[in-house]
Design a protein. Structure first.
Length: 277
C-alpha cells in the first residue's frame, strides 16, 4: 500500500516541493491548515506530515503550539532551498504588471524587486494559491511570487527567476508521524528534539540547563512558548546535538528531568547535511 504524506497548502507550494524531495513514492495530499495536517497524522499511524518549522531569514513559522498539543514523533528534518520566482500568464512582460500576489513572507523576502518595479503587493494565504489565482483570472497585469513547481502546475511563465533579496534562503521542514521511530546510535551526527515544562521555582531555567554545560552537550535550539490561557507558565522546545543513547546526552537529560514537571522526547534523527555547510 502506498504511504501517505500530508502538507499544508496547495499543489505547487514549497511544502509540496519538499514532500516530493523527501517522499517521492508517497501519495502527497494537501491540507488547508497546519491543524488539519497534525489531526490527520494523529488519526492515521501509517501516514506522515511535512511541516515548515523555521526559515533562515524570517525565523519561526509558528507551529509550536501544534507540536506541544499533538506531540507527534519527528522522523527527520529537511532543508528546502527557497527560490522565489515571478510568475504570470504566458507572454506577459514585466512592464505589463501592476499587482503581485503571494504569501506575506514571500513578499517580504522579495521586497527589493517589488519596489524597483513599482508593483502593488497583495498578501494571500500561500504562494501556490496565488499562482493558481493568476492562472484562473487571465489578467496580464497581475503576477504571483511562487516556486518553479507552481509555474509547472498552473501553466504559468517564469517572468523572472530568483527575485529574493538574499540568496541561500532555506526553510527547515520536519517530517513527523504518530509512530515512534528511532535510528540506532552509530558514528553519525544526530539531533534529539524534546519539550519540557519546568517546576515553578526561582532560577529554574538556569538550574535546569547546567547539566548540558557540565556534560559538554550543545543546545542548538531553545524556544519558549506560553501554556494555554496564561503567560505565567511556559513550555520549552529544544534541540540538541547528539543521540539520546549517548551517555553524555543521557546524563544531561536526567539532570534536566529533576527540574521538570513535564518532559517529552519528540524524536531522534540524523542531522541534515545542510547543517555542515
Amino acid at each position: 500500500m502506498m504511504s501517505k504524506i500530508f502538507f499544508q497548502g496547495t499543489f505547487g507550494a514549497y511544502s509540496h516541493l519538499a514532500a516530493l524531495s523527501t517522499e517521492p513514492t508517497a501519495e502527497i495530499i494537501p491540507c488547508k491548515t497546519f491543524d488539519e495536517c497534525f489531526l490527520k497524522a494523529s488519526k492515521d499511524p501509517d501516514s506522515k506530515i511535512i511541516i515548515p518549522e523555521s526559515n533562515r531569514i524570517t525565523g519561526n513559522i509558528g507551529i509550536e503550539y501544534l507540536i506541544f498539543e499533538y506531540r507527534l514523533n519527528i522522523y527527520s528534518e529537511y532543508f528546502q532551498k527557497i527560490e522565489h520566482n515571478l510568475l504570470a500568464l504566458p507572454g506577459t512582460k514585466i512592464s505589463d504588471l501592476k499587482d503581485v500576489y503571494s504569501h506575506g513572507q514571500a513578499l517580504s523576502q522579495c521586497s527589493n524587486f517589488i519596489k524597483s518595479n513599482n508593483l502593488v503587493e497583495h498578501v494571500r494565504a500561500d504562494t501556490a494559491g496565488s499562482a493558481q489565482m493568476i492562472s484562473k483570472n487571465k489578467d496580464k497585469t497581475k503576477a504571483a511570487i511562487a516556486s518553479t513547481l507552481s509555474a509547472e502546475t498552473y501553466n504559468l511563465e517564469i517572468i523572472k527567476k530568483n527575485i529574493e533579496n538574499e540568496k541561500g534562503n532555506l526553510t527547515r521542514f520536519l517530517i513527523m508521524g504518530k509512530n515512534i521511530l528511532q535510528p540506532e546510535f552509530e558514528n553519525k551526527k544526530y539531533i534529539t528534539s524534546f519539550l519540557f515544562k519546568l517546576k515553578s521555582k526561582p532560577a529554574a531555567l538556569y538550574q535546569s540547563l547546567g547539566g548540558f554545560a557540565i556534560n559538554g552537550v550543545n543546545l542548538t535550539k531553545l524556544q519558549s512558548y506560553p501554556e494555554k490561557n496564561t503567560f505565567d507558565s511556559f513550555f520549552f522546545l529544544c534541540d540538541l546535538d547528539g543521540h539520546i543513547e549517548d551517555p553524555k546526552v543521557q546524563k544531561s537529560l536526567e539532570e534536566l528531568g529533576l527540574h521538570c514537571q513535564d518532559f517529552h522526547v519528540l524524536g531522534v534523527f540524523e542531522a541534515d547535511k545542510q547543517r555542515e555547510k
